[in-house]
Write a protein that binds this ligand. Structure first.
Ligand code: ZN
Length: 128
């Protein structure tokens, strides 16, 4: 599960390299890992997986917040109060989680489709 941890901590799934996001834009990911050379957009439409990861995580968090409100205040809470509590979570979390969702999707994708010969720099070819 080291690869999932690397994804959760915004590191390269292959080598664990950090610094994959440009300094001035946390939403701007480098195209290739600076250490092992893995090209993160491994196929057309690759980034859609990150969107899916972000959507699932954000939905789960909003549902958890709603459930916690119900547990804390009962089911008699007004819908406007529920919206007041859950909407900021539903709006901010997907934005803040975007970089993690990209590296996490990359980790999932690496587990489903391991690195192929020639995808990495020479020194990383046989050493993951
Ligand atoms: Zn790497």
């Amino acid at each position: 599960m080291k690869i999932v941890w690397r994804g959760l901590t915004m590191a390269c799934g292959v080598c664990g390299c950090r610094g994959l996001f440009r300094k001035l834009g946390m939403f701007s990911m480098v195209e290739d890992c600076p250490k092992c050379g893995l090209h993160f957009e491994r196929m057309d439409g690759h980034s859609l997986g990150a969107v899916a990861v972000n959507t699932v995580a954000s939905s789960a968090l909003v549902l958890t917040v709603v459930a916690l409100v119900f547990v804390a205040f009962g089911t008699d809470v007004s819908s406007s109060f529920l919206l007041l509590v859950a909407a900021p979570v539903g709006l901010l979390f997907p934005i803040l989680f975007d970089p993690v969702s990209r590296t996490l999707w990359n980790a999932f994708e690496l587990m489903m489709r391991p690195v192929q010969p020639g995808e990495l720099k020479q020194q990383f070819q046989s050493n993951k």
